[in-house]
Ligand binder design. Structure first.
Ligand code: NAX
Length: 331
């Protein structure tokens, strides 16, 4: 039998946490044959709710779940973890300045970076979900210098999956037949959902999405804004932000990273930029990646047209600005 993998979920008493922990305990993240031990962290005001989640995990009697650590102590939470999903953060409240929210999250991610660096298992893989996700991940990277930069990522898979969903609805095809959309840049409304290399499997083979949709105005307009603003549309409808889709995307992200992407398929991940595609280097930027043996690689050589170039630059500039704002919170 396989050794259990320890998976940390921060903000585990929140709504994404509530959707995510049962998925992990059922093997959705790491595979149906992979035992897990869940580490759940939240802050003291949420301690009682966190304990309630732990009670429900016990009550669900998940065969793969070999243990649960529910704590408000960051060191206990981080000790020995192989995978860390960072969902906890400080939300933007009405009337709050962007800089104040950034400042709160910078201090959270700075201290959690140190705890992970000192106490997580070697080669721990980190996924930041909490917003501003790219910049929280960057802060985590900066303050955990002994964790390889390759191990620190942020979630743009929800945006990627939303783009697949929109194409599938538009063409009335199965979402599993659509692939290779790309989310470029920031997980914010400046992100660029790109379908220029996306395809659909049809009875007569793989066809480009553009050829099948035959509506460039929609693809260059409404499609992009729908994906960019989907989070706001969910809040309007549910009076709560996306939770089950975010949890599912977090599982997809880690699963593909650990177990690999299928041949010929790429996914979107926020990763430490090396300047590929002339994106700013030194920020966490979402790229198309393939994964093999637990490592991601940016897909190279894709053609970027003038329309796309502008959008890649715009979201890159926003990330550079966020980085500067985050650094100004440190001093
Ligand atoms: P909730 O407010 O329901 O849950 C957040 C939880 O984090 C709370 O239980 C809170 O007590 C806890 N928390 C706060 N500070 C903490 C700390 N220092 N250490 C540990 N836990 C802490 O929010 P939820 O809807 O679950 O969303 C969580 C985060 O995901 C938010 O930042 C949200 O903006 C972000 N999202 C990111 C998405 C993405 O695609 N990257 C999509 C969904 C979501 O909006």
């Amino acid at each position: 039998a396989k050794e259990p993998v320890r998976v940390l979920v921060t903000g585990a008493a929140g709504q994404i946490g509530y959707a995510l922990v049962p998925m992990i305990a059922r093997g959705v993240m790491l595979g149906a044959d992979q035992p897990v031990i869940l580490h759940m962290l939240d802050i003291p005001p949420a301690a009682e709710a966190l304990n309630g989640v732990k009670m429900e995990l016990v009550d669900a009697a998940f065969p793969l779940l070999k243990g649960v650590v529910a704590t408000t102590d960051v060191v206990e939470a981080c000790t020995g973890v192989n995978v860390a999903v960072m969902v906890g953060g400080f939300p933007r409240k009405e009337g709050m300045e962007r800089k104040d929210v950034m400042s709160k999250n910078v201090s959270i991610y700075k201290s959690q970076a140190s705890a992970l660096e000192q106490h997580a298992a070697p080669n721990c893989k980190v996924l930041v979900v909490a917003n501003p996700a790219n910049t929280n991940a960057l802060i985590l990277k900066e303050f955990a210098p002994s964790i390889p930069a390759k191990n620190i990522t942020c979630l743009t898979r929800l945006d990627h999956n939303r783009a697949l969903g929109q194409i599938s609805e538009k063409l009335n095809v199965q979402v599993s037949d659509v692939k290779n959309v790309i989310i470029w840049g920031n997980h914010s409304s400046s992100q660029y959902p790109d379908v220029n290399h996306a395809t659909v499997m049809t009875p007569s083979g793989e066809k480009p999405v553009r050829e099948l949709v035959k509506d460039d105005a929609w693809l260059n307009g409404e499609f992009i804004t729908t994906v960019q603003q989907r989070g706001a549309a969910i809040i309007k409808a549910r009076k709560l932000s996306s939770a089950l889709s975010a949890a599912s995307a977090a599982c997809d992200h880690i699963r593909d990273w650990v177990l690999g992407t299928p041949e010929g398929t790429w996914v979107s991940m926020g990763v430490y930029s090396d300047g590929s595609y002339n994106a700013p280097a030194g920020v966490i930027y979402s790229f198309p990646v393939t994964c093999k043996n637990g490592e991601w690689t940016i897909v190279q050589g894709l053609a970027i047209d003038e329309f796309s170039r502008k959008k890649l630059d715009l979201t890159g500039a926003e990330l550079t600005e966020e980085k500067e704002l985050a650094y100004s919170c440190l001093s």
